[in-house]
Design a protein around this ligand. Structure first.
Ligand SMILES: [Zn+2]
Length: 371
């Protein structure tokens, strides 16, 4: 009998019986009392199928790991509301300025966006697989004392890490949006942003607003000033913050496109003194690809620079367009997750949009035990 999908063997798949076994050495090493699966998404519009797939796989793997090791697992959803909402060029300096979703929509607006676009899927996945979840926006995370102390502690040692975070320039960007009410613009590339480490409890950051001129923001553990970090820098601090937590094992779940960038984050973590065993566990999920083999990109299609791949449907770019109910969508997603997890060969690979569309809509896709 033929099975579907068909996936080639790889070195990693060949070494495993089940995809989630890739986490076993870390679980045995840490012997955690709980395992937290961390999955982040930029809050910039409706989710596409790649996002939904990673999120459903996160819950599915969390359930399998819980059952395998008898350790409670949970999912933490990081809602990246520091994603740019608007980008403009300042006429005077010629520098690019950005305003984040958090600053454009406000805290309440972001909460509503998350409740509308993400929470129904998370709540349903959580209920179906009995895995609890929580949501944290980046704004909440950066305001937290532990995150700020972690950054303040890392700051004097950034000389060791900065070439990992920015191999081309050696400048790891951070932004402090203008604190004036109803402003919140920040220089995208932080050309005129300067950080001064004052003490273990305090740093000051000076910057220039395109509307309000020079300003200075104090960052201390209690939460004054908004600390926005460039992507790799943010991951460094976020992961440093969780590795200092005792008792829990954190698993960073990401799309496969992060395989390459994570090498730099791992380098930065080790430059700051972490040993290999202290690095967070990572799980890279399958990517959804266009016909060219590039990642399916909603923004490229929207900008007219790429076309909807063959066999793909509009709902794959905006999952609100799924032609059915949410429970049906979740059934299909979980069925697809089961298929993908049924054999390591199906997990450690990517899927074209057309193939994933077939797996989501045809009844032929089914789980098969690993040979
Ligand atoms: Zn301003």
């Amino acid at each position: 009998m033929t099975t579907y999908p068909v996936s080639p063997n790889t070195v990693l798949a060949n070494a495993l019986k089940h995809a989630e076994d890739v986490l076993t050495p870390r679980v045995l090493d840490v012997a955690p009392d709980r395992i937290v699966f961390v999955v982040g998404t930029q809050i910039n519009g409706a989710p596409h199928i790649g996002t939904s797939l990673v999120q459903s796989l996160t819950f599915a793997v969390a359930a399998r790991i819980r059952d395998k090791f008898g350790v409670p697992t949970e999912v933490r959803f990081g809602a990246l509301d520091n994603a740019p909402y608007a980008i403009v060029t300042d006429q005077k300096s010629g520098h690019r300025y950005q305003q984040s979703y958090a600053h454009a929509l406000g805290e309440q607006g972001v909460v509503e966006q998350v409740d509308k676009l993400y929470r129904p899927l998370f709540a349903a996945l959580s209920e179906r697989l009995h895995v609890p979840y929580s949501v944290e926006t980046y704004s909440q995370q950066q305001a937290g004392e532990h995150f700020r102390r972690t950054w303040l502690l890392a700051l004097p040692r950034m000389d060791a890490a900065r070439w990992w975070l920015a191999p081309s320039s050696g400048v790891a960007h951070l932004r402090v949006p203008c604190p004036r009410p109803a402003c919140g613009w920040a220089e995208k590339h932080a050309e005129r942003t300067h950080v001064r480490h004052v003490s273990a409890e305090r740093a000051t950051v000076s910057a220039v607003c395109m509307h309000h001129g020079e300003y200075e923001v104090t960052i201390d553990p209690d939460g004054g000033g908004y600390l926005d970090l460039a992507t790799l820098y943010r991951n460094l601090i976020k992961e440093l913050a969780v590795t200092s937590r005792r008792g829990a094992l954190y698993v960073m779940v990401k799309g496969g496109d992060w395989v390459f960038g994570s090498q730099l984050v791992d380098g930065a973590l080790q430059a700051l003194g972490l040993t290999c065993g202290q690095l967070p566990a990572r799980l890279f999920c399958p990517m959804i690809l266009s016909d060219t083999g590039a990642k399916l990109s909603k923004s490229l299609i929207r900008e007219g620079r790429a076309t909807l791949p063959e066999g793909a449907a509009p709902w794959m770019l905006d999952t609100r367009d799924w032609p059915g109910s949410l429970p049906e969508y979740i059934d299909k997603l979980l069925n697809t997750a089961e298929v993908v997890l049924s054999d390591p060969r199906h997990f450690f690979r990517s899927y074209s949009a057309g193939e994933l569309g077939r797996m989501m809509t045809s009844p032929a896709a089914r789980s098969v035990p690993a040979p």
